[in-house]
Ligand binder design. Structure first.
Ligand SMILES: Nc1ncnc2c1ncn2[C@@H]1O[C@H](COP(=O)(O)OP(=O)(O)OP(=O)(O)O)[C@@H](O)[C@H]1O
Ligand SMILES: [Mg+2]
Length: 378
């Protein structure tokens, strides 16, 4: 029996698979619970099945190469076969929970916030920050308590849009940072803490820590809505937020052109990957309305509706380009606050009403049951 080859054990294969890292979720497929099965045949052939979050996952190639490499390195393995299936909705939920746990916020940290909405686009300059600030003011006008968290740690513009540039938030007796308030909205931004001109390099763990702190160590109080202004792109910040606040939702901003819509669709795919639902789409820069009321479709038409249809969510609004919106943003006065009748304000206010209609009913502490609280006999 001298030439008997010892077959590898399943444990060894699973150990080796810990080296296969999901490039986007930055964790091993083992830790993520994505290894569906490992089958070892008598001849040393190993079949590994990996479960992906979406069938069309563009990372299949990477997973195949990495799995091959890692498993082949285990003694006794003659060949490897990698196949894929898709996680069930329940498994995706479990994955989402898992992503929310380690390094995530303790449950309860944000218990007093009704809806957390991340305003993103995947693309720069489409009006995320303008919409975030104006939607926030519009929601406040609807009688809601609202906070804005500026998660654009690299290119923060929220302080300026609220006219809060150069101010510093105080710290309260519980050593929590108190958000600044403007136009009835609580505002927090990294811009309050760094020099206007200093380049901040926030990456990986530092970024995670900074955002965790803004969610946890800020005295947000009771909020109906927390709007989070995302930086352009679908990268680090979205990932981090998905981990920190898995209960959040996305609002996608697109301009009417095809290209912007394509980029926004990538953002939607990213959201799907981390199991963050998309609440709706807002089309911005949808035509130019002259002060006289004449309308020009500068960037074409219909991109917002097309994207909304494609990912099967409502189009919450179609906001035209108006001069006052930009002028007021530059002046630190959100347009819905100073000119609620501007065509852009009207569209934004209608989008805000849509968000109110869609928001889950706030979970109130259960009232004391009246008349039913009889002591049970026996
Ligand atoms: N509907 C609009 N009408 C007129 N100007 C607008 C409109 N939407 C945005 N703008 C202007 O376009 C510029 C970019 O908008 P904004 O900063 O909100 O985009 P953004 O997506 O947050 O950009 P970034 O990706 O850099 O964070 C700003 O000068 C803003 O005032
Ligand atoms: Mg912005």
């Amino acid at each position: 029996m001298a030439d008997t080859v010892t077959l590898p054990a399943e444990d060894q294969i699973r150990e080796a698979l810990k080296g296969v890292i999901d490039p986007e979720l930055k964790r091993s497929v083992v830790e993520l619970g994505m290894v569906r099965s490992v089958v070892i045949a008598e001849n040393g052939h190993v079949a590994v099945k990996i479960s992906l979050t979406t069938g069309g996952c563009p990372l299949k190639g990477t997973f195949t190469t990495d799995t091959n490499e890692r498993v082949m390195a285990v003694e006794g393995v003659a060949s490897v076969d990698v196949t894929f299936d898709v996680l069930s909705p329940e498994e995706k939920d479990a994955l989402k929970k898992k992503l929310g746990m380690p390094g995530g916020l303790p449950t309860g940290a944000l218990a007093k916030i009704g809806s957390i909405l991340c305003i993103g686009s995947g693309k720069g300059g489409v009006g995320k920050s303008s919409l975030t600030s104006n939607l926030a003011v519009a929601l406040a006008q609807e009688g809601k308590s609202v906070g804005v968290l500026d998660a654009d740690v690299w290119g923060y513009s929220i302080p300026r849009m609220f006219g809060l540039g150069g101010q510093k938030p105080p710290v309260n007796a519980e050593r929590k940072i108190v958000p600044l308030e403007a136009h009835g909205v609580k505002v927090m931004s990294i811009g309050f803490f760094v020099d206007e001109d200093s380049a901040v390099v926030w990456r990986g763990p530092m970024l995670h820590k900074a955002l965790a702190q803004f969610l946890q160590d800020v005295d947000w109080g009771d909020l109906d809505f927390l709007l989070i202004d995302l930086p352009p792109g679908t990268g680090d910040v979205s990932m981090t937020l998905a981990q920190l606040v898995p209960q959040s939702e996305f609002v996608l901003v697109t301009t009417p052109q095809d290209t912007a819509q394509k980029v926004a669709r990538r953002a939607a795919e990213m959201a799907d990957k981390v199991s963050i639902p998309v609440a709706g789409v807002i089309e911005n820069m949808a035509g130019f309305v002259t002060p006289g009321g004449e309308r020009f479709e500068i960037f074409g038409k219909g991109g917002g509706q097309a994207l909304a249809d494609e990912i099967d969510v409502p189009l919450l609004g179609s906001v035209p380009i108006t001069m006052p919106l930009r002028e007021q943003a530059d002046a630190g006065e959100p347009i819905v606050s100073v000119n609620p009748d501007d065509p852009a304000s009207q569209a934004i206010r209608s989008a805000a009403r849509g968000l109110v209609a869609m928001a889950p009913v706030r979970v109130q502490p259960a009232p004391e049951p009246i008349g039913l609280s009889l002591p049970m006999a026996g």
